[in-house]
Design a protein. Structure first.
Length: 241
């Protein structure tokens, strides 16, 4: 999507720090996913499907730099036609979050997967938004969604959601040298306060309950064959002329 300040933020040390973590986690997952069609919603500046081997991969958004220009609330794809959807920071910067998720559920095939990344409101990054001197540009102007809340939305749509993974435990510093100084908290945060990472990645699979038709037994049961019986001498004489 066209988000003010996104391009500048992606070129900043803070943006590189976040996207490096997300790209590594997404690459590790999509490398083992197969199918025929995959789409990336938003963030056309990054190729999040680069390591995926699905033959038809398209970037979808509302800008001219994508493969498919459309409104994310009305995806121009047939129902049950997409194997994989990757959404990076889409829901928190869009006013129609539920509708986008419903569209994703509609276009995914049964057992299709969706990967969602977002900023964690229950982290130092989420706390930064509440401070009085917080800037008003990207990424602080989004509507952050917590992981439990997003899981509830996905489960209502019939998705099976994993527990997710978190990263970027360093404070949201603007300068590269400070991000390097805080790098030691990455291992400690991942071990001791895992849900407090600045960003998260959720993986969900679309589950469709199967239906089994119980049909009537149209085949008539064959009547049991009569068993042979011994004919007495008296019965033979009765039928003889």
């Amino acid at each position: 999507m066209s988000i003010a300040g996104l391009d500048d933020w992606l070129q900043s040390p803070q943006g590189n720090y976040v996207m490096a973590w997300e790209q590594a986690r997404i690459d590790a997952i999509v490398a083992d996913l197969f199918g025929y069609n995959a789409i990336q919603l938003g963030l056309p500046q990054r190729d999040l499907l680069a390591q995926n081997r699905i033959p038809l991969r398209q970037v979808v958004g509302d800008s001219a730099t994508v493969n498919v220009v459309c409104d994310l609330r009305q995806l121009p794809f047939a129902a049950h036609s997409i194997d994989l959807v990757v959404m990076a920071h889409v829901l928190e910067f869009h006013d129609h979050q539920h509708q986008i998720l419903r569209e994703v559920e509609r276009v995914l095939i049964p057992e299709g997967e969706v990967l969602i990344t977002g900023f964690n409101p229950l982290s130092l990054w989420g706390l930064r938004r509440r401070l009085p001197n917080c800037p008003g540009g990207f990424p602080w102007n989004g509507h952050y969604l917590s992981v439990p809340r997003l899981k509830d939305w996905l489960q209502l749509l019939g998705f099976e959601v994993d527990r997710g993974c978190f990263g970027c435990y360093s404070p949201p510093c603007h300068h590269q040298r400070w991000l390097k100084r805080w790098h030691f908290v990455e291992a400690a945060g991942n071990r001791w306060w895992n849900p407090a990472g600045g960003v998260y990645l959720l993986r969900a699979i679309k589950r469709v309950h199967g239906m089994r038709l119980i049909l009537p037994n149209w085949k008539q049961q064959a009547s049991p064959r009569k068993a042979l019986s011994v004919v007495s001498k008296k019965e033979i004489e009765l039928y003889e002329p």
